[in-house]
Design a protein around this ligand. Structure first.
Ligand code: TYD
Ligand code: MG
Length: 454
């Protein structure tokens, strides 16, 4: 008999290798490679005699009645991130740091779905049912008809789900689940993969929607949610800074709706409250116009969101100047600094640069380039931008400004929040912006000249 081949997986990103190494080639993390445990399922059955699958003609499908509609939870911020509600028989992963509020969010979601008439089971592998009930009581949801279970054995859970046939099952968390045909400990890559695979195929087979909760892990012993991202239909991440009240639910993959959609929540003493106007919240701590502060009119998914970029530029006491970024991409900052130096002759050598997005928000849109450049210049020149101005536009390596998408939505949102002017790239669609002064620029040099007189 052939010697079994050993395989290894990264607990952070799930990449597979045939030998161990200290650093994952996939994601670059250290000490995250683990040996996979074998699955003691016996030899595969001979190919002859295996059951034949069936196929269907696409046009035959369309004559059947239309698929069951999505179910709404009534939590608007959640429904929008799901792409307009929960799709029947879909598998959803909700990842996030421990303690960020995943269990709170999903218990609230379970209660809301159950109140809308969806048969819902909430399976906790971390807390006893009595503890979950206590939490529900604190959230004011004790009267919701949610079924609770406290269980970690995958076989028992599948049996329960098979018997109960709920429409929605929430598994909190996937790292605590344990399949008895896999030899390794709960939380290992093999266990997490096996449990996620069983649960997602159950979802498809039985028409049950499943939501898997996954903790983002810091050290390499426990597999993180990225390991199962490819198995599910929808991947949501729940983000936020511990020190801030805001929590952002972001869709990074969605087979049934737009990705990059966000839902904004506020953590209160009685659970998560929806934030229907995030711009107002993100700008609420903004004081008088100050050097280094610039408001970016961004788009998150289908919704405009205004956020404040803050920059600080100071002579560096170090031989190598610091570049520190919170809430934006460090590589992108380096690029903007290089374009400012090469195209506009404004050097940042010998200067420490700090860039922060206020409120704990993470911005990923390239249209934030011009807002970042404006914040950096404003900090460097110690000159505030004209009051009540928003900025947006992508910067190319040549220093040219590229028109942004959805200009009209950005301007409308800015106007709604009391801004009176906007700085944006030339071109794009002609925009009607009554009540807003639109200042369009062709390139970064023109922008620097006009705004900072340099
Ligand atoms: P939890 O949902 O248990 O986080 P996770 O499941 O992601 O690990 O939330 C943990 C934190 O949320 C905890 O520090 C307390 C806080 N919290 C509130 O502030 N208000 C509440 O109503 C609840 C239930 C939790
Ligand atoms: Mg939890």
């Amino acid at each position: 008999m052939a010697k079994p081949v050993k395989t290894f997986s990264c607990t952070a990103c799930g990449a597979s290798f045939n030998k161990w190494s200290g650093r994952c080639d996939g994601c670059g993390e250290w000490n995250t490679i683990q040996e996979d445990a074998g699955i003691s399922a016996g030899p595969p059955s001979k190919s002859l005699g295996a059951k034949r699958g069936s196929t269907m003609v696409l046009t035959d499908l369309s004559t059947e009645e239309s698929p069951p509609p999505r179910s709404q939870s009534g939590i608007e911020e959640l429904d929008r991130v799901l792409g307009g509600g929960l799709v029947p028989a879909s598998a959803i992963l909700v990842g996030g740091d421990p303690g960020i509020g995943k269990s709170t969010l999903l218990l609230q979601a379970a209660a809301h779905f159950a109140k809308q008439g969806l048969k819902t089971i909430y399976v906790s592998g971390e807390e006893a049912s009595a503890q979950v009930r206590m939490r529900a009581q604190r959230l004011g949801l004790a009267d919701a008809p949610v079924q609770l279970a406290s269980e970690t054995n995958l076989r028992d859970i599948l049996t329960t789900l098979e018997a109960e046939r709920p429409q929605l099952a929430i598994i909190d968390s996937i790292q605590t689940m344990w399949a008895d045909n896999v030899e390794s400990a709960p939380g290992s890559v093999s266990q997490v993969r096996a449990a996620a695979h069983e649960l997602t195929s159950f979802a498809k087979r039985r028409g049950v929607s499943v939501i898997l909760v996954g903790h983002v892990t810091k050290e390499g012993q426990i597999a993180g949610p990225r390991v199962v991202e490819h198995m599910v239909d929808t991947v949501l991440y729940f983000e936020g800074e511990r020190g801030h009240q805001f929590r952002i639910l972001r869709s990074v993959k969605n087979r049934f709706g737009p990705a990059d959609e966000i839902g904004v929540f506020e953590m209160t003493g009685s659970g998560l409250a929806e934030v229907t106007n995030p711009s107002a919240l993100f700008l609420s701590e903004r004081g008088e116009p100050a050097a280094g502060s610039v408001v970016f009119a961004g788009i998150e998914g289908t919704r405009p969101v205004l956020v404040e970029f803050q920059a600080l530029v100071a002579p560096s006491p170090h031989s190598q100047a610091r570049r520190t970024v919170v809430g934006w991409d460090g590589g992108r900052l380096a690029m903007i600094l290089a374009v400012l130096e090469a195209r506009c002759g404004i050097p940042f050598a010998g200067l420490d640069v700090y860039l922060n997005v206020a409120g704990g928000m993470k911005v990923t849109e390239p249209a934030a380039d011009l807002a970042v450049a404006a914040a950096l210049l404003s900090a460097r020149e110690d000159a505030a931008l004209p009051a009540e101005t928003v900025v947006f536009g992508e910067i190319s390596l040549s220093g040219a400004l590229r028109p942004a998408t959805q200009t009209e939505n950005r301007l409308k949102e800015a106007q709604k929040l009391g801004f009176t002017s906007a700085i944006a790239p030339q071109g794009g669609k002609a925009i009607a912006a009554d009540g807003m002064t639109l200042n369009t620029m062709g390139d970064l040099t023109g922008f620097v000249g006009e705004i900072f007189g340099a």
